[in-house]
Design a binder for this molecule. Structure first.
Ligand code: A3P
Length: 272
């Protein structure tokens, strides 16, 4: 707790570690890594490479802000520091904790079609098991119980965006939370990134030429100082085939929650 009141720590060459002025709070599988990498194209942005899990993991949070600061990248004083931990959005304790660090912080939230997000969530956990050579149930087995949609499947809850958003809006005004359309970021990233630049009051320094569509990957990749790179192969994986009737049930399940979410944020999204 020694550093608890230090806004930044300086190193001999003048670079500093700063608490984040913006955080990508989620949502898990929304496109958080793509957003962080794309935002990092900006020269005035310094991003923490790993997910920090400060506000949601007790074993980290109890170390205090000094520890959090030590997890931040070195930056120039004029740069904005950003970290992303997708689990923050759906962790009920986190909004109050972020608010107590900085009530004026600007937050970034990237969302995608909630049903698609469920399939992406399932795919991630499925591959985690495959890697460890452990069995994992099929998508039907996790989604259906006694002939009905299994509403206890955790991934469904994470896609109930209005529930989680309400927790955040108890602590932050809507104007301080910028929602990135994750489906749009996949289809055409540049306009979405321009909106983020404006929200963070960054000079427009990311360009259309920083993005190119890679046919092999099937996604946009990044071009920076002549260097091309795509996201890791774990980003942009094929999702399992789902029986159309079951998919329809999933879409139906999210219909009302989505409406509630649109009302909450005064904006609609092109979701099923
Ligand atoms: P899928 O792998 O299910 O397609 P996160 O980084 O939050 O885990 O999100 C992962 C998702 O980011 C991927 O989910 C993918 O759809 C999305 N994404 C968005 N832009 C991307 C890009 N340019 N390259 C790869 N994946 C991208």
């Amino acid at each position: 707790l020694v550093d608890d009141h230090l806004p930044e720590s300086t190193t001999p060459n003048g670079s500093v570690r700063q608490l984040p002025q913006t955080i990508i709070i989620g949502v898990r599988k929304g496109g958080t890594r793509a957003l962080l990498e794309m935002l990092s194209l900006h020269p005035d942005v310094a991003a923490a490479e790993n997910e920090v899990h400060f506000f949601d993991w007790e074993e980290h949070y109890r170390h205090g802000l000094g520890w959090y600061l030590s997890q931040m990248p070195l930056s120039s004083p004029h740069q904005l520091t950003v970290e992303k931990t997708p689990a923050y959005f759906t962790s009920p304790k986190v909004p109050a904790r972020v608010h107590s660090m900085n009530p004026a912080i600007r937050l970034l939230l990237i969302l995608r079609d909630p049903s698609e997000r469920v399939l992406s969530d399932y795919t991630q956990v499925f591959y985690n098991h495959v890697q460890k050579r452990k069995p994992y149930p099929s998508i039907e087995e996790v989604l259906v119980r006694d002939g009905h949609l299994n509403v206890d499947y955790k991934a469904l809850n994470r896609s109930l965006y209005h529930v989680h958003m309400e927790n955040w809006l108890r602590f932050f005004p809507l104007g301080h939370i910028h929602i990135v359309d994750g489906d749009q970021l996949i289809r055409d990233p540049f306009p979405e990134i321009q909106k983020v630049e404006r929200f963070l009051k960054l000079a427009p320094q990311i360009h259309a030429s920083n993005f190119y569509f890679n046919k092999t990957k099937g996604f946009y990749c990044l071009r920076d100082s002549g260097r091309d790179r795509c996201l890791h192969e774990s980003k942009g994986r094929a999702h399992p085939h789902v029986d159309p009737k079951l998919l329809h049930k999933l879409h139906e399940y999210f219909h009302e929650p989505n409406k509630k979410f649109f009302e909450l944020v005064g904006r609609t999204f092109d979701w099923h």
